[in-house]
Design a protein around this ligand. Structure first.
Ligand code: NDP
Length: 278
């Protein structure tokens, strides 16, 4: 699978797997674990979770899915802002590691900007890295101004990624945030890349482009995002069928005509739009 490169040189697949809304019901647990494992088999080895997803049960489910194959996986989790103090960050990280059944995270993100001074969180994340509990750290839901604030802090430029809402319906980051990050070699991680499986996937233009490639609308939505090498998409799929589609989307190449059609239906931003969040 095509890869993106983090600032420290680590290569990660451009198509990963999200896990929000997993582990919400006992009935779908086995299918979700099987879906994650199938995704890893297909090269979607970047798995994204968070301490808040299903109150920690998403991390437990991921732990079960990756048991015995931890080294194949690039594991991402997130600290909630209200835990992101000096001691709270370490406590939250240790609890996540326990639920995940591992001794290290490949990437640990501040879930969104919060009340703890950012400099304190950066110091806490740097200390976790120093002590080997995490390999890299980053942020999520940071708009351009917040990235500027982060990079002005001591050690702030060590940020490995910014995980943001980015999909065909939400192209605001293309105006300023994505270019700002690209200039600094920081890849973006696009969450809700298929619009949470909602109205986006019913759009007639997406269907037309998909038909042209004998692909699905979700595959076109994903291919649009991972066209270059500086955006990583993390679709969540609870079924092996969707997982297979999403993995194959990394190889789908859109042409100039497709791009024009998509631009007409989902216009790129002409001015700054505040970063949308879920
Ligand atoms: P997605 O855009 O990934 O949409 C998930 C939905 O789309 C599910 O209902 C899924 O169905 C469906 N789907 C997946 N693949 C296909 C396909 N090929 N064809 C049709 N439908 C499909 O939304 P999420 O909000 O889940 O975002 C992805 C991940 O990003 C999250 O799981 C989480 O890890 C992360 N995230 C991070 C946030 C942050 O603040 N940092 C906020 C929100 C998400 P099914 O499950 O039935 O396969």
């Amino acid at each position: 699978m095509k890869t993106a490169t983090l600032p420290d040189g680590s290569a990660v697949p451009v198509m990963g797997q999200g896990t929000w809304m997993m582990a919400e019901s006992r009935g779908s647990r086995d299918e979700e674990i099987a879906a994650l494992r199938a995704g890893i088999d297909l090269g979607m080895t970047l798995v994204d979770t968070a301490e808040i997803y299903a109150h920690g049960r998403s991390e437990e489910l991921v732990g079960e899915a990756i048991a015995g194959r931890r080294d194949e996986v690039f594991l991402v989790s997130k600290v909630a802002p209200h835990h992101a103090s000096r001691t709270g960050t370490r406590r939250a990280c240790e609890a996540s590691l326990k639920r995940l059944g591992t001794d290290r995270l490949d990437l640990y993100l501040l879930h969104w900007p919060g009340g703890v001074p950012l400099g304190e969180t950066v110091e806490a994340l740097a200390a976790l890295k120093q002590d080997g509990l995490i390999r890299n750290w980053g942020v999520s839901n940071f708009d351009t101004e917040e990235m500027e604030e982060l990079f002005a802090l001591p050690g702030g430029e060590d940020c490995a990624t910014n995980q943001i809402l980015y999909n065909l319906e939400e192209r605001g980051p293309e105006f300023d945030l994505l270019p700002w990050m690209a200039e600094r070699g920081v890849p973006a991680m696009a969450y809700s890349p298929v619009g949470q499986g909602g109205a986006l996937l019913d759009h007639p233009v997406l269907h037309r482009v998909a038909q042209h490639h004998r692909a699905s609308p979700a595959q076109v939505a994903l291919a649009f995002l991972v066209d270059g090498d500086d955006v990583i998409a993390i679709p969540k799929a609870g079924s092996a069928t969707h997982v297979r589609e999403n993995a194959a989307a990394a190889d789908l190449v859109l042409g100039l005509n497709d791009r024009h059609e998509l631009d007409a239906a989902f216009p790129p931003p002409k001015e700054k739009r505040p970063l949308a969040v879920i």
